[in-house]
Ligand binder design. Structure first.
Ligand SMILES: [Zn+2]
Length: 258
């Protein structure tokens, strides 16, 4: 967001600093309105629903790294922004992270719950031991049979046990959502291989809405990394995701009709 900064006119001595303070307040309020938290006075852009997009990692957590040096945290944020642009005409979009900073896993879900989002979509990339590893994976939540989850937070297993009760009622809807993403990704140029799976992912456990974690590709695959790092490539992924979200809401509307 670009805020033009005009040079202030010279202030006669003794003139109170009221105007600059008012400008500052306007600037701060404007900034708040464009953050992940939104602004309660915003007009209701959410005609069809509220989508929480969670760009993985951030801050000190770089995530995976491509051979060219592209970072997962940056790719995920760029993808989230592209997806938000596509969705915003029809949906209210919440980004759990709107810049490069650390954000605990449970806070990400907490933001989605706070905004009563209809969907929670956590974006990640994968890393392989060999450069040839490629493909897309979509995960939904499934409680661990025993022991800690795939993620390391919260470390207290009993906390996970309570937290995951939020996601369990949405298991079927989450799997349906995963299948819609799979269909749309498979229809992308190059027809990437797309897998779905389930796991005790802490970032999904507390989501009180259908929720998926998408690994959009292997950053260790040089061509995929290149594609994910360009706006043209990101738009392809974002379009596929936006179509899947559209289909989810279309199906929900149909099933709600008498
Ligand atoms: Zn990740």
């Amino acid at each position: 967001m670009g805020v033009k900064r005009n040079k202030a006119a010279p202030r006669p001595p003794g003139t109170p600093l009221r105007l600059p303070i008012i400008y500052m307040l306007i600037a701060i309020l404007g900034w708040c309105g464009s953050t992940a938290w939104g602004n309660p006075s915003d007009p209701p852009a959410a005609t069809r629903g509220i989508i929480a997009i969670d760009p993985g990692h951030g801050g000190k957590q770089n995530g995976s790294r491509s051979p060219q040096g592209f970072l997962e945290k940056e790719i995920c944020l760029a993808l989230a922004r592209q997806l938000a642009i596509l969705l915003e005409p029809d949906f209210r979009v919440i980004l759990t992270r709107s810049d490069d900073y650390d954000l605990p896993l449970t806070e990400r879900t907490g933001i989605a719950n706070h905004h009563r989002a209809d969907l929670f979509i956590s974006l990640h990339t994968a890393a392989g031991f060999v450069p040839a590893a490629s493909g897309i994976a979509i995960y939904t939540y499934k409680p661990a049979a025993k022991g800690p989850g795939l993620d390391r937070e919260p470390s207290d297993a009993s906390e996970v046990a309570v937290w995951h009760l939020a996601q369990l009622p949405h298991s079927t809807a989450s799997r349906n959502l995963a299948l819609l993403f799979q269909q749309q990704f498979e229809a992308m140029p190059g027809a990437p291989a797309v897998q779905t799976g389930q796991g005790p992912l802490v970032v999904l456990a507390g989501a009180d809405m259908p929720a998926v974690l998408i690994e959009v590709g292997y950053l260790t695959h040089p061509a995929t990394a290149e594609r994910l790092n360009t706006p043209a490539g990101q738009i392809l992924y974002a379009q596929a995701m936006a179509r899947a979200i559209d289909s989810f809401f279309a199906a929900r509307r149909q099933s709600a009709q008498p």
